[in-house]
Design a protein around this ligand. Structure first.
Ligand SMILES: [Zn+2]
Length: 304
């Protein structure tokens, strides 16, 4: 049964333990997304209450946009964390309903953060930002984390500034300090998808080292798990709008849409093959498969 959470350490500890649900490299951000939505409601309205009528649209949208690709129906995908977060001792429902079932929720069930947890968060407003940052940092790459915060109704810069006042939880793995430069070098300091090679005073600008399998989901800092990508294509790759097929061709998702010529330029990437320079390893098939299964959304623009 729910313990009582009074100190900042208690709150951080119990919410950070939601990380444990990510096993075998399979992404499962459903519960963290619900907690983030509840934190945003708490900051905005003074209460974390979320009626199912709201969760079945807002939470379902968040899961569809930021979760792994899924064939589960939208309401069902929201019902899972809405009912199951109770077993973590941090969430309560005002009606005792069975796990995972959608129909009983339609009777007007409302969820809320466990009361001592909610009180601890209200007593220390900076703690909301600290927990929010800890959750997005644990489950999403830095290209996606600000988008998630914006989508739940928080200001990413404010979260960053307020959370900075508290010590950040120690990272579980250390990133290699030399990997980003090695990846840029291996790909001639240009985007592997579009070829963008901008420099500012001789230094690459807007070209970044991207993990294919996310570092936070056990992706290694190796050259066969890295691509140099421009900032835009890095974000689209991490958001699952761009991907790779088994032949190292770029794939554009049908979910991506743009109207202006610059935006529509992304469509032209579909089918382009990666051309690493001699000596640079192609992305490893296992990392590409992970991205296909855990990140890439929807169907390819043109089926091959
Ligand atoms: Zn690019």
């Amino acid at each position: 049964m729910p313990a009582s959470y009074s100190s900042a350490d208690d709150v951080l500890h119990v919410l950070a333990s939601l990380r444990q649900h990510e096993r075998d490299g399979k992404r499962s951000p459903h519960k963290p997304l619900l907690v983030l939505l509840a934190l945003s409601r708490l900051a905005e309205t003074g209460s974390s209450r979320i009626p199912w009528a709201l969760a079945k649209t807002r939470l379902a949208d968040l899961i569809a946009d930021f979760g792994p690709p899924s064939r589960t129906g939208r309401a069902q995908s929201a019902a899972y964390p809405f009912t199951r977060l109770r077993s973590d001792g941090v969430w309560t429902l005002d009606t005792d309903v069975p796990m995972d079932r959608v129909t009983p929720l339609h009777g007007g069930v409302t969820g809320q953060l466990e009361s001592s947890l909610e009180r601890a968060l209200k007593d220390q407003p900076d703690l909301i930002s600290t927990v929010a940052r800890s959750l997005v940092d644990a489950h999403f790459p830095s290209t996606v984390a600000p988008d998630v915060l914006l989508a739940v109704g928080m200001d990413p810069e404010a979260v960053e500034a307020e959370a900075a006042l508290d010590p950040a939880p120690a990272p579980e793995r250390r990133r290699s300090s030399t990997w980003p430069a090695a990846v840029l070098e291996a790909w001639d300091r240009q985007c592997a998808f579009c070829g963008f090679d901008g420099q500012a005073g001789g230094v690459p600008v807007g070209v970044e080292a991207a993990h294919i399998r996310w570092f936070k989901l056990d992706g290694p800092d190796t050259l066969d798990n890295g691509l140099a990508l421009c900032s835009l294509h890095h974000k689209l790759f991490d958001r699952g709008m761009l991907g790779l097929d088994d032949d190292m061709g770029v794939v554009v998702s049908q979910r991506f849409s743009a109207r202006t010529p610059f935006g529509r330029f992304v469509y032209d990437l579909h089918g382009r093959r990666l051309k690493p320079r001699p000596g640079t390893p192609e992305p490893a098939a296992e990392h590409v498969r992970w991205h296909q299964e855990q990140v890439f959304h929807g169907s390819p623009l043109v089926s091959t």
